[in-house]
Design a binder for this molecule. Structure first.
Ligand SMILES: Cc1ncc(COP(=O)(O)O)c(C=O)c1O
Length: 391
């Protein structure tokens, strides 16, 4: 392990402050490190391993696909990509088309370009985003991210992003150059914060009346994370553009821009060498099949209810550490009383071998695989409880 840490320090750029744990394999929501120690995974690789580690159906799909063809370029018809686009359109219940990218930031870049082209003729290009948002690490998506700390060092940025303190303020920021609003339906990195349902519906109605775009960044909260395919469906709103990534490929990188603006992009307007290739598209098809079955059978809702109960009882049992629980579906946070407590819990949890994430200033973010078993939930919370008892 010391060797690995040394090599990491020496050869990998220092963009992540890593914990000294090296995983070797996993099974559903349980990971094993190189010394064979087990960890309960309440993070799914930051919302990615939506159907768990080593899912037999996903492994079979990937293996079979790899033996046939991985990549052909987007210059040719790609059967699983086309089937995936059709599936996503059906799941969004929207007459839409899809562009495939490889990550969340890239999907958001695509969404921003689409919105800008849509607004080109009317001279509109500005996009309003929300305080505490997170939209990615590219230059444009960093600027779309309304947290100033992400803007240090990397300017100059492209113009055209305006920040609102809250949903109610958005209307007052719209001017003749505004093309739309981009938001996370449930904010993730900035602190787990589901938007208010009535306020979002009112905003959607306002935007629709003004012929402005609602762009939903569902990169973290989408793909059944909150209980439905998209979180917007739970809110009863229909965005003009929605972006997905993270959980869509079950661990294989893929991003998607889904839009009802079917005719805005023309050939050559956008592209991606890898986007939606055979490997990622077939992995996503299997991931969606597993998740759709779980949702239809009620298994997903049962896990959401059980996991939520466990979060609430942990928070209630340790009022010295926590002030509440927030989130939607299996995108949850137990809110620590302050940043120092947050850090202490994160460290202790890892010591007790349960993986949890930070979010915002004081949130312990929990994004377990959607397939997590009840025994894994029990084990994870037992370890979290032990961590809390030690503090
Ligand atoms: C809401 C949201 N948008 C965009 C991104 C960027 O995704 P990626 O890291 O895949 O580029 C993230 C990543 O955390 C996210 O949570």
């Amino acid at each position: 392990m010391d060797d690995l840490k040394e090599l990491d320090d020496r050869f990998v750029l220092h963009t992540y402050a890593r914990r000294e744990i090296a995983f070797e394999r996993g099974q559903n929501a349980t990971l094993f490190d190189e010394d064979g120690r087990d960890y309960i995974d309440f993070t799914s690789g930051i919302g990615v391993n939506s159907i768990g580690h080593n899912n037999a159906r996903l492994v079979e799909t990937i293996t079979k696909q790899a033996a046939k063809i991985l990549h052909s370029s987007n210059l040719y018809l790609i059967r699983p990509q086309i089937e995936l686009a059709q599936k996503i359109a059906a799941l969004c219940a929207q007459d839409s088309r899809v562009f495939f990218a490889n990550s969340g930031a890239e999907a958001n870049e695509g969404a921003i370009k689409l919105a800008r082209k849509f607004g080109e003729k009317s001279g509109r290009h500005k996009i309003v985003t929300l305080k505490n948002s997170f939209h990615g690490r590219t230059i444009a998506t960093l600027k779309a991210t309304a947290q100033e700390r992400f803007h240090e060092h990397f300017g100059p940025f492209p113009d055209g992003f305006v920040y609102a303190d809250n949903l109610a303020q958005i209307e007052t920021l719209v001017d003749r150059q505004t093309i739309g609003v981009m938001l996370e339906v449930v904010q993730g990195e900035g602190g787990i914060a589901p938007l208010d349902k009535r306020e979002l519906q009112e905003l959607a109605a306002f935007l629709s009346k003004k012929k402005l775009l609602l762009i939903a960044d569902e990169i973290q909260c989408g793909v059944y994370r909150c209980g439905e395919f998209s979180a917007a469906q739970i809110y009863g709103v229909y965005p003009d553009i929605t972006t997905f990534a993270k959980g869509l490929g079950g661990g294989v990188p893929i991003g998607a821009v889904v839009t009802a603006l079917k005719e805005v992009f023309d050939y050559g307007d956008h592209g991606s060498t890898f986007g939606g290739n055979f490997l990622s598209a077939s992995a996503a098809l299997t991931t969606l099949a597993v998740l759709e079955e779980m949702q239809k059978s009620g298994a997903l809702q049962r896990s959401i209810d059980y996991f939520g109960d466990m979060c609430r009882s942990l928070a209630l049992n340790f009022p010295n550490l926590f002030i509440g629980v927030t989130g939607l579906g299996l995108m949850k946070a137990i809110v620590a009383k302050d940043a120092l407590t947050q850090k202490a819990i994160l460290d202790k949890a890892h010591e007790k071998r349960v993986l949890v994430l930070r979010a915002g200033a004081n949130h312990i973010r929990l994004l377990p695989p959607l397939t997590i078993a009840q025994e894994e939930i029990n084990k994870g919370f037992k370890r979290l409880e032990a961590a809390c008892r030690d503090l």
